[in-house]
Design a protein around this ligand. Structure first.
Ligand SMILES: Cc1ncc(COP(=O)(O)O)c(C=O)c1O
Length: 393
């Protein structure tokens, strides 16, 4: 039977970038011990206090259909948080609750792209971006951010790609690079969006994981609130990846249509998950800091280890739970390096190429295992890179 092009073409016919991850998982299934530094998943479960709030909400009867746009309480809580972050007046009418950030990314592109429209995104990118764009019937067009520019995108590169484009998707703090976009970068991106009448979709799911500098939402920039859709999530900031709760914030007219879309797709997010999210978001920053603390600590551990050698380069690690390592001195591609490291030492890292051609010659390390094992794996990775560099010298 025929299946639609829309669904069969989501990966664009190529690899989805997860080959190494799948190989590592297959090794584990066959009983090999593998140190996994691949996916962005905390090594702690959701905080017991959040689970208690969830449990109480469910026992209290909040188990039926929840309002499709989200509960008033959660929409208001998210709105207040975004207003405090950006200074942009924000009410519940500017917010729709979604089943996680990924669904918010899909719905946002659905909202602003017609069939065949060009949608820009920055390369290196989170692995689902091009597929998300194809999934709504639009055409993904990458704009490279370069290692030489510490992976900050340049406005002139976006400008050159922007002619006729409907939207631009950015992500800061960034997965996979760990880079936080500077204010001047975001200001210039905002100017390009205004000049080309493009929507900006700003993926801010790592907004509580900032190690250096400050998170700035481009929605706060002059003239941007009316053309920006912010994607947020409980997944990374509260270790609630399995709860599937996120949001889109933007102009009321866009949110109205997004609610119609949700009525015909997701039909909302479970009420007890939303109640637990309200609880988490109203605990003040201590809980967020506690959840971010392991990554903050491991980033320092990594900086110490990397400072003792000069084969592997660390892209300035300013936020999110990842390190982007430049392994070009080993003489290998990211793919070859990750494959050989997995074979030789049973350490799984993601090849940079999985996140786009701009990250070629790099590997991404997720800081998602216990400190000592993390330090050991990173030290082994450096020694491995050095030995390869000697062999090719
Ligand atoms: C940059 C980025 N955006 C969005 C997501 C989606 O997160 P979720 O759907 O769990 O909110 C992820 C998950 O890894 C991510 O790294």
């Amino acid at each position: 039977m025929h299946l639609s092009q829309r669904i069969t073409n989501i990966t664009g016919g190529g690899s989805d970038g997860w080959d190494l991850f799948n190989r590592a998982r297959a090794m584990i299934a066959q009983g090999t011990e593998v140190t996994e530094l691949t996916i962005g998943e905390h090594d702690i479960p959701t905080h017991p206090s959040i689970l208690t709030a969830m449990h109480e909400a469910a026992l209290g009867g909040h188990t039926g259909y929840a309002a499709v746009p989200g509960t008033d309480q959660l929409r208001e809580t998210v709105a207040a948080r975004l207003e405090a972050q950006t200074g942009v007046p924000t009410t519940a009418a500017n917010v729709m609750i979604t089943p996680g950030g990924q669904s918010a990314l899909f719905a946002s592109h659905m909202a602003v792209c017609d069939d065949g429209d060009v949608a820009l995104y920055i390369d290196p990118y989170y692995a689902t971006y091009p597929g998300t764009i194809r999934g709504v019937g639009a055409v993904p067009r990458p704009v490279a951010a370069h290692a030489e520019n510490a992976f900050q995108p340049r406005a002139e590169d976006i400008e050159a790609a922007a002619v006729g484009a409907a939207s631009l998707l950015i992500n800061s703090p960034n997965n996979p690079t760990g880079v936080v976009y500077r204010e001047d970068t975001l200001t210039r991106i905002g100017e390009v969006c205004q000049r080309h009448d493009m929507w900006l979709i700003s993926d801010e799911v790592y907004d509580t994981q900032v190690w250096e500098g400050q998170h700035l939402s481009p929605r706060a920039l002059p003239g941007m609130a009316e053309r920006t859709l912010v994607v947020g999530s409980m997944s990374k900031s509260f270790a609630m990846t399995g709860s599937r709760c996120g949001w889109i914030a933007g102009p009321e007219s866009a949110i109205d249509h997004l609610i119609t879309l949700a009525t015909h797709t997701t039909y909302g997010v479970p009420g007890y998950i939303q109640d637990a999210s309200v609880f988490a978001l109203t605990q003040g920053s201590d809980l967020e800091q506690e959840i971010a603390a392991p990554f903050r600590r491991r980033r320092v551990i990594a900086q110490d280890i990397l400072a003792r050698q000069n084969t592997v380069g660390l892209i300035p690690s300013q936020g999110a739970m990842y390190l982007m390592l430049d392994i070009r001195a080993s003489g290998m591609t990211g793919e070859a390096f990750a494959g050989a490291l997995l074979d030789a030492h049973h350490i799984a890292v993601m090849p940079g190429e999985s996140f786009g051609s701009a990250a070629a010659g790099h590997v991404r390390v997720a800081m998602t295992i216990e400190d000592r094992a993390f330090a050991r794996a990173l030290a082994t990775l450096c020694t491995f890179a050095e030995s390869r560099a000697h062999e090719t010298a």
